[in-house]
Write a protein that binds this ligand. Structure first.
Ligand code: ATP
Ligand code: MG
Length: 289
């Protein structure tokens, strides 16, 4: 908490950390968004033997939002570095599931959950990683990954469909996504059902690493209810957006033993990051130094 708080204070003091203001309808360039997207700090084993073969006929990864990592971009190395740290810590704890949490909305939970799953998948053999959209109130994973899913996790929790029907296989890198489709106003009621525990238990058995997207900790009880079943969490803050006090309030609500480590989304890349260009040829226009 101390480190994140200091980083947030630094970001606040440094106006350049703040995302540029945009007029309505004006979008960040892909290079600009990616530059910021990879700039995360913190946070595990090459996964155990849960490797199922990549599923034939899987959907090629088509990330729609520009803040999602592009596999051959230098920033993707930062995400893979983060993924490796997450994997190592989860292996040490013998854990198979991790939730990305933050105090409020728009701080990058879903973006980081997608980037983490993509990076984990690129470090694993096919079929080891699952990404689950448990922001049942405002699901965004399917749209971020350009998936048109018909059956969502909510249908499984309501007993309307088997888990297998909600799985969307992604290739390159290979991982499985369990999107939510229909927004659920009373999501907490689904999370407290025995079926929810069964669903998470099934996923933990089937995959080496299950990455979970969640709604804001301070706005609804869902994330904490989810953390009764998900073994680890990564609390994140967004540079220039999340207030220190708000971040602390969230951490106070989280089960301490489940925290893997804090993450600052959108912080400045470490100075050694410019050396990635050594491996990627000449510097591209718009890329950070
Ligand atoms: N590091 C980043 N750089 C640039 N854009 C980012 C970054 N992180 C997130 N974004 C963008 O900010 C917006 C909000 O991100 P995201 O949807 O991941 O937040 P969230 O915490 O999941 O919000 P909610 O709680 O509402 O679901 C998205 O448009 C996303 O593309
Ligand atoms: Mg989200």
């Amino acid at each position: 908490v101390g480190e994140i708080s200091e980083a947030l204070e630094r970001a606040k003091a440094d106006g350049s950390e703040r995302p540029p203001r945009r007029r309505r309808g004006e979008h960040a360039s892909a290079a600009e968004a990616r530059r910021a997207a990879g700039q995360t700090e913190e946070l595990a084993p090459p996964a155990p033997d849960a490797a199922a073969a990549a599923v034939p006929g899987a959907t090629p990864l088509r990330a729609v939002e520009s803040a999602l990592i592009d596999g051959d971009h230098p920033r993707a190395e930062l995400c893979r570095h983060l993924a490796h740290r997450v994997l190592s810590e989860m292996e040490r704890r013998q854990a198979h599931s991790v939730a990305v949490v933050s105090p409020l909305r728009g701080e990058g939970k879903s973006t980081i959950a997608c980037n983490l799953a993509i990076a984990l998948a690129s470090l694993s053999r096919g079929g080891e990683v699952a990404l689950v959209d448990l922001d049942l109130r405002r699901p965004t994973i399917a749209s971020k990954l350009g998936l048109s899913a018909r059956v969502g996790v909510e249908a499984v929790l309501q007993g309307r469909a088997p888990l297998a029907d909600a799985r969307v296989g992604i290739e390159d890198p290979s991982f499985d996504v369990y999107p939510s489709v229909e927004a659920q106003r009373s999501a907490h009621e689904l999370i407290v059902l025995p079926r929810f525990a069964t669903l998470i238990g099934e996923l933990k058995k089937r995959y080496a690493t299950v990455v979970v997207d969640t709604p804001p900790v301070l706005l609804v009880p869902d994330a904490n209810l989810i953390l009764r079943h998900v073994e680890c969490c990564i609390p994140l803050a967004r540079a220039g957006v999340t207030r220190v006090r708000t971040y602390r309030n969230m951490v106070d609500l989280l089960p301490r033993a489940r925290i893997l480590g804090g993450l600052l989304n959108g912080s400045r890349a470490p100075s050694h990051a410019r050396d990635y260009y050594y491996y990627y040829g000449e510097k591209r226009e718009g890329d950070a130094s």
